[in-house]
Design a protein around this ligand. Sequence first.
Ligand SMILES: [Zn+2]
Length: 276
Amino acid sequence: MPELPEVETVKRTLKQYLVGRKIIDIKINYDKIIKYDNKRFIDNLVNQTFNDIDRYGKYLIFKFNDYSLISHLRMEGKYFLQNDLKHLTKHDHIIFSLDNNQYLTYHDVRKFGTMELTKKGQEFRLDSLKKLGPEINNPNIDLSKVYNSIKHSNRSIKAILLDQTVITGLGNIYVDETLFKAKIHPETNMNELSFERFKSIIFSAQKVVEKAIKLGGTTIRSYQSSMGVDGRFQNELNVHTLVGKECSVCNSIIKKIRVAGRGTYFCPNCQKKESL
Ligand SMILES: [Zn+2]
């Protein structure tokens, strides 16, 4: 599943090719991806020019003259730029024809991705965006505000970091890597963490995400970023997916358990449960 660093890579890649291009036609082969009336979607976007591409958490925000298109790739959504339509498959659901004779195609094997159109400037009024917490890689994140809103929670730190309404942008891979870096057991309850400890976890998360963005994200299973850019961060993973392997720090054997409903990898020696 693409997480923030992968979506950031997709954004940067698409931005290079799309800014300044005008949409001249749209073909929709599978309309459930579009949370909007199909006809209005086409009518509103045809003749619009890509002015910018932004990202908030795992949402891509394509900005046009009058509208913004909010796209979430979910499990396996991908964008491709193509010179012709010879290689279209049944998984290419939406085809944007551009004014330079290229096509932007949206490909999604699982069909869980979404596209939502809104008037420019109204993006954060959409239900999907308005409930999201501050972005993990925002250097100005107000950590005491975040901490105060969750410090009494008896949910695990893993569940808290996965909760996009608390902080947005961390998914399963990066939460496991963050907790390893911060030396925190994933089942530690939020209400057992001091502000200082919580801050150090967030700083670890920011470092993990920053490095992943630099390396273009992670390619796990079928996820590949746009245009065949492969993430190299998977070579840097310390625990995620590495069950049975030796910890790079202490040589203990990495374990897999279930926390917050997700497969969770950790080093039982580096990430000991703290007794209070
Ligand atoms: Zn270890």
